[in-house]
Design a protein around this ligand. Structure first.
Ligand code: NAD
Ligand code: IPM
Ligand code: MN
Length: 346
């Protein structure tokens, strides 16, 4: 039996995860889903973010479904670093997979781009870079304060994620990988990334490549997103670039992601790209599609391809039926997509 751990988390994380669970229950009825109450309320009640015993239990699942963590009542970083980044690091989820596809019915701010013309996947490094937590502060709170935040990059970590990007490109129609970094300024880390990319590329003669600096890539993501097929980049550049990719393909409410451990040594974790959205939490208006599409990535990862396809087809049907600007209720979207999944799977 497939065992999934579910962490709704904070704000709209809870709301969208409830809808994703509805859809999962229909897509894979024979599924054990175990809820974990982690996030701001647990932190306030007990001071705990992620007890060791809970982490050990999470490790016993086939995958994790996460809503979002982060709340205005908790100092920034406590939940994000203590839960989300800790799991990404400890479960060695080094491939942060972020597909962006312009589906029919999704609203794009770009003129002259039609559905189907944007179909890219960002392979964001998930365990290193500026997220490593290396650095420190001197003279804190004084006018002499000095803060450093170091980007940690290893050949091992870079090579494995770059290779993953090439493997994905090999299986896609266009077979193209763009490496994104900032080699003109970040000579040490950029040099490692660029050399590793060029060396791995020689093993994939059927895959075409190019390189872009992150600033230019951010621009091209807006004015030429059709260019991209697979993008491989470091942790922070990938974080930023995928919010832009989301914005041009229907908005952050549609963007799904997977924190993948390709070796299956630990569970992978699937979550929307968006956060807990305190500005709209509790109103029942968050779009649950990103969370629902994350379950499609989850199903695919655990070898349930038919169920995964049913979920993504149901979402495509849901979006095609949408009227731009029409108010949407989180629960109604979940109900409609779940019903469509049931129909597709017969
Ligand atoms: P956010 O993604 O939560 O919100 C940005 C904007 O997008 C807001 O206006 C929000 O209302 C809107 N939005 C987000 N998801 C939406 C949805 N499903 N439907 C409709 N609108 C949606 O980013 P933020 O405001 O920068 O961060 C809020 C909190 O979430 C912070 O504490 C942050 O650290 C955390 N965060 C967590 C995760 C995660 O757990 N994976 C990811 C990003 C941010
Ligand atoms: C994301 C989020 C996280 C990140 C934060 C909340 C730590 O922005 O998943 O994109 O920066 O990776
Ligand atoms: Mn982000």
């Amino acid at each position: 039996m497939t065992r999934i751990a579910v962490i709704g988390g904070d704000g709209i994380g809870q709301e969208v995860t409830a809808e994703a669970r509805k859809v999962l229950a229909v897509a894979l009825p024979n599924l054990e889903a175990n809820e974990y109450d982690l996030g701001a309320s647990r932190y306030h009640a007990t001071g705990e973010v992620l007890p060791e015993s809970v982490q050990a239990e999470l490790d016993q699942h086939d995958a994790i479904l996460l809503g979002a963590v982060g709340d205005p009542t908790v100092p920034p970083g406590v939940l994000e670093r203590g839960l989300l980044l800790k799991l990404r690091f400890d479960f060695d989820q080094y491939v942060n997979l972020r597909p962006s596809k312009l589906l029919p019915g999704a609203e794009t701010p770009l003129a002259d781009v039609k559905a189907g013309e944007i179909d890219l996947v960002v392979v964001r490094e998930g365990t290193e870079g500026l997220y490593a937590g290396a650095g420190g502060v001197l003279h804190k709170g004084t006018s002499a304060e000095i803060a450093t935040e170091e980007s940690l990059n290893t050949r091992y970590g870079t090579e494995r994620v770059v290779r993953d990007a090439f493997e994905r490109a090999k299986r896609r129609d266009r077979k193209h990988v763009t490496c994104v970094h900032k080699t003109n300024v970040l000579s040490y880390a950029g040099g490692l990334w660029r050399r590793t990319f060029d060396e791995v590329a020689t093993e994939y003669p059927d895959v075409t490549t190019d390189y872009q600096h992150i600033d230019a890539a951010a621009m091209f993501m807006v004015n030429r997103p059709q260019h991209f097929d697979v993008v491989v980049t470091d942790n922070l550049f990938g974080d930023i670039l995928t919010d832009i990719a989301a914005a041009v393909t229907g908005g952050i409410g549609l963007a799904a992601s997977g924190n993948v451990n390709p070796d299956h040594a630990h569970p992978s974790m699937f979550e929307p790209v968006h956060g807990s959205a305190p500005d709209i939490a509790g109103q029942g208006i968050a779009d649950p599609i990103a969370a629902i599409l994350s379950t499609s990535l989850l199903l695919d990862h655990i070898g349930q391809g038919e169920a995964a396809t049913a979920v993504s087809q149901a979402v495509t049907a849901e979006l095609s039926g949408r009227t731009p600007g029409e108010p949407l209720s989180t629960a109604a979207v979940g109900d409609r997509v779940a019903a469509r999944v049931a129909e597709i799977l017969g």
